[in-house]
Structure formats: C-alpha cells, structure tokens
Design a protein around this ligand. Structure first.
Ligand SMILES: Nc1ncnc2c1ncn2[C@@H]1O[C@H](COP(=O)(O)OP(=O)(O)OP(=O)(O)O)[C@@H](O)[C@H]1O
Length: 250
C-alpha cells in the first residue's frame, strides 16, 4: 500500500525554484533511496515530507504530499503530531548532552509519559530495535557524548523510535561514519523496514543499491526517474540517469 503520495510538488526558496513538479508514491514498509548530484534537491525534498522546510521563512510550497491519504499541507494539520509520525535522522549524529537513557526518554516525556517503569521499558525496547542495547545497557546513565559516532547515530535512531513513528527520513545518515559503523546502520535499515517506511538520501550509489527497494534520481530539482533499485541501476529508462550512474557527471 502507498504510504506517501506526492503530487505536483513545487518548492521555491524566495524566487529560486528548487523542486519542479515532483510526483512519486512510496510504499509502506519499504526503503526508497534518493540519489543525485549535490544541489539537485534531495534534502529539500526529504524535508518536505515532515514539513521541516516550513521553518524557513522564504520557502513557498505548492502541490500535495499525502501521508495515509491525508494532505500534510492542508490547513489544520498538527505539525507536532506529523513530526512524531515522520521522524528524521541527520548527517551528523546529534545526541543531546545528556545520558543515554535521557536521550531516549526525552521524546516520550515531551509527549506526556511520566511513568518511570513505562519509560524504562520504552528506552530498552527502542535501544534494542536500534541494535544498540547490548553496547550500552551497562552505561545507560553515562553521557551519550562518550559513545562512538556510529553508536551516537544508532542512539539518534533509538530516540526517534521511542516516540512511535511510522516513517523514518534519513539524510545521509552514514556520511560522517567509518565503514564498520556504516555497515551496522545499513543492517539496521534492513531490519527496520519490516516495521517502518524509510526514505534515505545518499551520495553513495552502492549504499542505495544495498539498502533500498526503490530509487529516485533527482537532477536540478526534477525527479528524472524512479524505479525498482536493481532496474534503475542496470536498465535505466532515461539517458540522464544512465549518464549519472555510469559516472559521467556528478
Ligand atoms: N535554506 C535555503 N535557502 C536557499 N536556498 C537553498 C536552501 N537550502 C537549499 N537551497 C538550494 O536548493 C537547491 C537544492 O538543495 P538541496 O540541499 O536540497 O540539494 P541536495 O541534493 O540535498 O544537495 P547535497 O547533496 O549537496 O546536500 C540548491 O540549489 C540549494 O542551494
């Protein structure tokens, strides 16, 4: 079933257009990779899916983004609830300067959970689901800033999972990490897709082919082509896609 359906989406920064007439549907419990050269609009597009771009005053958006059939840009949308449902992980892991436990408990607390036993359960489950529990179970009350970069990124994923999202947006989540930490995040993505709909921006085409079910290729604000990942990388329909994946530019 389609989880996200985008239709005729345009985005402007002031009078500069960064997304042109984007149309794409993304299936529930699948991984979609967004690829394309620097500046093509991948991050901008990703951020339209939880209305992060609304935070920039010069941004103007037209068109539709429907999640579970509801237009998230319709008046009356509760943006706090939307961002709970559609969580985001960034390029550089950004844990709070608090303990491991407090990082994960933070979201549920903000959303009103006060029961200590419940919070402990949520923290444990979220850390297990983020494949971090075994590494941190003996240091839950130590600072998160003492963890490695890869552990910090998995902690940021646990922090998201703790508030019960359905969609995970990942903006180059491994570009600041070493190869082993990258592999762990990629394995984690494969496990998480059983429960979540995942959209990942990546500069790394090998990563896109390893982790995603479908891939979308962006160029200069246009969505050039979107298909099953193995098809897009071996038999692209468009010349521009072929030029990009064969390394002729970008
Ligand atoms: N806050 C902003 N204000 C004005 N222009 C912006 C802003 N953010 C992005 N842009 C412009 O929008 C276009 C798309 O940028 P975006 O960051 O979405 O591309 P990208 O494909 O994610 O690039 P990268 O891979 O380098 O992160 C670029 O021309 C960029 O300069």
């Amino acid at each position: 079933m389609d989880k996200i359906v985008v239709n005729k989406l345009d985005l402007f920064y002031g009078d500069q257009q960064a997304l042109n007439n984007i149309g794409i549907a993304m299936k529930e419990r699948s991984v979609t990779a967004l690829i394309g050269p620097s500046g093509c609009g991948k991050s901008t597009f990703l951020r339209t899916l939880n209305r992060m771009q609304d935070l920039i005053p010069s941004v103007k958006i037209t068109g539709q983004v429907k999640i579970d059939g509801q237009d998230i840009y319709a008046t009356g949308t509760d943006v706090v609830l939307l961002r709970k449902k559609v969580g985001m992980v960034f390029q550089n892991p950004n844990p709070f300067p608090k303990s491991v436990f407090e990082n994960v408990a933070y979201g549920p607390r903000i959303h009103g959970e006060t029961d200590k036993k419940k919070l402990s359960e949520i923290v444990e489950t979220s850390l297990k689901d983020a494949a971090l529990w075994n590494e941190v179970k003996d240091r839950l009350h130590e600072s998160a800033l003492g963890l490695s970069g890869g552990q910090q990124q998995r902690l940021c994923i646990a922090r998201l999972l703790a508030v019960g999202p359905e969609i995970l947006l990942m903006d180059e989540p491994t570009s600041a990490l070493d190869p082993i930490s990258t592999m762990k995040i990629e394995e984690l993505i494969s496990e998480l897709k059983d429960k979540y709909t995942i959209i990942i921006v990546t500069h790394n085409m090998h990563q896109a082919s390893r982790v995603s079910d479908r891939t979308a290729f962006f160029l200069s604000g246009d969505l050039i082509e979107e298909d099953v990942t193995s098809v897009l990388f071996t038999r692209p329909a468009k010349k521009k896609t072929e030029d990009y994946i064969s390394g002729r530019f970008g």
